[in-house]
Design a protein around this ligand. Structure first.
Ligand SMILES: [Zn+2]
Length: 211
């Protein structure tokens, strides 16, 4: 991995094949890409998950975060360990809640969780950010219930989302932009053009699982 990645993170991810580079992968949304982080393998390894959560938590060690908010799934696992690490670093209780996603991609909270967020300094945690739609919607949902978002932390920002359009800092452990090619939109996939075989098809896996 490149030097755009935190050295400790690089070492941790190298312990198993958590990252696949120079490959040809179909993502769950049907897009093609070259680099892949197997986040479910990370979440399945609590020691690795906790180590990455510690690195991510340290990026926000001086921001007085009092609650971490994330989406569900792998992001929830990361969010919880980040909250745990921030509690240790700052010697205060840092809470965690996950947001409820609606069919249109917007988020909301239960009344109890909304009350936990109101008036608190919030860190949004995401596993992988590509276009940033989810974190933008999450930010809106947190502000709607009176939370103050102080930053967004991600394991990997594979772009094209940058910090430019955001009012809060975006910090991530891995900052390698990964070109994502959608078959129906944008430039054609160069790996397909070169005839490189598909190494992993997460779209097919997802479609089969849903059938
Ligand atoms: Zn392709």
């Amino acid at each position: 991995m490149s030097n755009q990645t935190h050295k400790g993170v690089r070492e941790v991810l190298a312990t198993e094949n958590f990252v696949t580079e120079d490959s040809h992968i179909i993502l769950p949304n049907g897009s093609h890409t070259r680099i892949y982080l197997d986040k479910s393998a990370v979440v399945a390894n609590p020691l690795v998950l906790d180590t990455l959560g510690g690195f991510l938590g340290h990026l926000f060690a001086h921001d007085s975060v009092r609650i971490v908010v994330s989406t569900t799934g792998c992001a929830e696992a990361f969010g919880k360990v980040v909250a745990r690490w921030l509690s240790i670093i700052e010697l205060v209780d840092v809470r965690y809640v996950s947001a409820i996603e609606a069919d249109d991609g917007t988020f909301s909270f239960t009344a109890e969780d909304a009350a936990r967020i109101t008036g608190r300094r919030v860190l949004i945690v995401e596993d992988i950010i590509t276009f940033g739609n989810a974190v933008q919607n999450l930010l809106t949902a947190v502000e709607k219930v009176g939370g103050h978002v102080i930053g967004i932390g991600a394991v990997w920002n594979r772009g094209p989302m940058g910090a430019e359009g955001l009012e809060v800092p975006l910090r991530s452990l891995i900052n390698i932009p990964a070109e994502v090619y959608h078959p129906e939109d944008g430039p054609p996939c160069p790996m397909c053009a070169e005839g490189i075989p598909i190494a992993k098809d997460l779209w097919a896996a997802k479609t089969t699982a849903e059938a």
